[in-house]
Design a protein around this ligand. Structure first.
Ligand SMILES: Cc1ncc(C[n+]2csc(CCOP(=O)(O)OP(=O)(O)O)c2C)c(N)n1
Ligand SMILES: [Mg+2]
Length: 280
C-alpha cells in the first residue's frame, strides 16, 4: 500500500492547531480531560497522521498499514481529535466525548476507529509495539510501528525491557517517540527520577536516537519519515515539548495535567489559540 501525504507539509501547523482546539472543547465538557499531555504531543500527532503514517481511514484494518500506539493513553483527547480530523470518524462525534454511551472515553479502546489497542496503563505500549513490529517482519510486510511514550512513563521498568528486546531483535521498523515535556502527574519528571542524559540512555540500549524540538511538526515529520536512521536499530525520537503548549495560563504547569475547563477558562483558551499566543 502506498500513501501520499494528505497535506502539504506547511499545513501541519494548522492541523495541530485544530487538534488543540478540539481538545480544549472536549476538556470543557463534564468529564474534563488530560489537556496538558494532549497539547504537548499535538504536533507529533499532526506530523504522524498527516504526513508520516501509511494509514487509510477508509480501510482501518488494512493488514499492510503502519501501526500507531498511544502508549501514554491518557492523552486520548489528542488522539480522538487527530483521528477525527484525519477522517476515521466524524468530527461531530467529539462533542460526545466522556458522555454516557460514547465510545470516546478517558482512555482509548478499540471500538474507536483507528485505535489499534487499548492503552492507558503506562509502560505497556513499547512492548506491544515490539509485537507489531515482529509480526510485520514475520509476515514479510515493511509496515512501520510508531509508539508515543510519556517521559514520566519511562519510569516503568517494562519500557526498558521492551527497549532491550527491540534492540536485540533488531526491530528497525519500530519507532518510539518520547514526549519530553518534563512533567508527570505530580511534578517535574527529573525531580522525581532524573532521566538525563536521556539520549545517551537510549543509545546505550542500542537505539538510534534523535533529540529535537517537539513543537515543529515539519521537522518532526522529516525525522519520522526518515526512520530507520541506522540499519538494524530501532529509532527513538526525543521530542522536547511543553505541557499545555499554547495556553499561557497552563503551559509548563503540572496543573495542566488533567483539566476541566470552566466556561471562563474555555473562552480564555479559545482566545489564546485564536490569537496564536504561545507560552513556553
Ligand atoms: C501504570 C500506571 N500508573 C499510573 C498511572 C496514572 N497516571 C496517568 S498519567 C500519569 C503521569 C504520566 O506522566 P507522563 O508519562 O510524563 O505523561 P504526560 O506528561 O505526557 O502527560 C500517571 C502517573 C497510569 N495511567 N498507569
Ligand atoms: Mg510528561
Amino acid at each position: 500500500m502506498t500513501v501520499t501525504p494528505v497535506l502539504e507539509r506547511d499545513a501541519l501547523d494548522t492541523v495541530a492547531a485544530r487538534i488543540r482546539a478540539h481538545v480544549v472543547d472536549m476538556c470543557a465538557g463534564p468529564e474534563g480531560g488530560h489537556l496538558g499531555g494532549a497539547f504537548s504531543c499535538a504536533d507529533v500527532l499532526a506530523a504522524l497522521y498527516f504526513s508520516v503514517l501509511d494509514v487509510d481511514p477508509l480501510r482501518p484494518d488494512d493488514p499492510d498499514r503502519d501501526r500507531f500506539l498511544l502508549s501514554k493513553g491518557h492523552a486520548a483527547v489528542g488522539l480522538y481529535a487527530t483521528l477525527a480530523e484525519r477522517g476515521f470518524f466524524p468530527v461531530e462525534e467529539l462533542a460526545g466525548y466522556g458522555r454516557p454511551g460514547s465510545r470516546l472515553m478517558g482512555h482509548p479502546v478499540r471500538a474507536v476507529p483507528g485505535v489499534e489497542l487499548p492503552t492507558g496503563s503506562l509502560g505497556h505500549g513499547l512492548a506491544l509495539g515490539c509485537g507489531f513490529a515482529l509480526a510485520a517482519r514475520y509476515a514479510g510486510r515493511d509496515a512501520r510501528t510508531f509508539v508515543l511514550l510519556g517521559d514520566g512513563e519511562l519510569q516503568e521498568g517494562s519500557v526498558w525491557e521492551a527497549a532491550i528486546a527491540a534492540a536485540s531483535l533488531r526491530l528497525d521498523r519500530l519507532v518510539a517517540v518520547v514526549d519530553r515535556n518534563g512533567l508527570q502527574l505530580t511534578g517535574a519528571t527529573d525531580g522525581i527520577a532524573p532521566m538525563e542524559p536521556l539520549a545517551e540512555r537510549w543509545r546505550s540500549f542500542g537505539w538510534a536516537v534523535r533529540d529535537v524540538d517537539g513543537h515543529d511538526p515539519d521537522l518532526l515529520a522529516e525525522h519520522l519519515d526518515a526512520a530507520p536512521w541506522e540499519p538494524g536499530k530501532p529509532s527513538v525520537l526525543i521530542a522536547r515539548t511543553v505541557k499545555g503548549h499554547g495556553l499561557p495560563f497552563l503551559a509548563g504547569r503540572s496543573a495542566s495535567h488533567y483539566v476541566t475547563l470552566s466556561p471562563r477558562n474555555h473562552a480564555r483558551a479559545v482566545r489564546a489559540l485564536r490569537d496564536g499566543e504561545v507560552a513556553g
